[in-house]
Write a protein that binds this ligand. Structure first.
Ligand SMILES: [Zn+2]
Ligand SMILES: [Zn+2]
Length: 265
């Protein structure tokens, strides 16, 4: 059976300045990584929009001193997507920059790995180091949605629909999932925080927010297996994503990942 080819977009909604040495456990300093971008992603699958992650809102931006450029739902509007009408949202993991704003998707069911919910509500959260990137209010909202029957739990590798699958990759958190999408240029993999920057993967040097270093390193191999080439791996926070893919309708904040990379400087 021929698989459908989907479109997939990266939408930037926030940014922050970083010191390059903050981006690698064993970092020699890299001049290029002086910024971190925050994205959500949107898949256009046979007329339907599936959203990947929901970003953070103003209070979290203020608390953590991030530069919120626009509400992620506003970014979706720029793509012609009404968050209120979205029916499927994939949450790669529950960190504050990926799982806020759940209340802005009132018609959605949320797809998440069972291991991520267990991790974010279990004994590891007694450790400040491990809970720092979570916001308890986001986790509580997700749990409320469990009780409202709006959470779909997944385990490991899951076929979501033709040309879209989910893959648990440990390391960054216990239950992060990457999203694999069949596009006209082949299999694209939204790595989310399985690799923050392309160079975390390329140099096999993990980002310092890490639960299990060994699984993080194995995760790089998994990304490699899932994507058609290194150029099909989309890191979670790398400014090179926005500068490296064709803009959607001339919009500098939205790029098409189903299209071949450009070399725009
Ligand atoms: Zn994360
Ligand atoms: Zn993140």
């Amino acid at each position: 059976m021929d698989l459908p080819c989907h479109e997939v977009y990266a939408l930037r909604y926030a940014t922050v300045a970083r010191k390059p040495t903050e981006n690698f456990i064993s970092g020699d300093p890299h001049d290029w990584a002086n910024q971190m971008d925050y994205f959500i992603w949107a898949i256009h699958a046979e007329g339907e929009w599936i959203i990947v992650d929901t970003g953070f809102a103003a209070p979290a931006a203020e608390q953590r001193k991030r530069n919120l450029l626009r509400c992620p739902t506003q970014a979706l509007r720029m793509l012609g997507v009404d968050a209120q009408a979205v029916r499927d949202v994939i949450i790669t993991h529950l960190h504050y920059d990926h799982a806020g704003n759940l209340d802005k998707f009132p018609a959605a069911q949320f797809h998440i790995q069972q291991a991520e919910v267990a991790f974010a509500t279990g004994p590891c959260m007694c450790e400040p180091f491990l809970r720092h990137a979570y916001d308890v209010e986001d986790v509580v909202h997700l749990v409320r949605h469990v009780y409202a029957g709006r959470v779909v739990f997944h385990r490991g590798d899951v076929h979501l629909r033709p040309g879209i699958s989910l893959h648990r990759i440990g390391g960054h958190t216990e239950g992060l999932q990457a999203v694999r999408i069949h596009t006209a240029r082949g299999w694209v993999v939204l790595a989310s925080d399985a690799t923050h920057y392309f160079d975390n993967y390329k140099k096999r040097s993990p980002f310092p927010i890490v639960y299990h270093v060994g699984e993080m390193l194995q995760g790089y191999d998994r990304l490699n297996e899932l994507a058609d080439s290194e150029g099909h791996i989309i890191p979670g926070h790398d400014p090179a994503v926005l500068s490296g893919y064709p803009r959607h309708a001339g919009n500098a904040e939205i790029v098409g990942l189903h299209l071949n990379p450009t070399r725009r400087s």
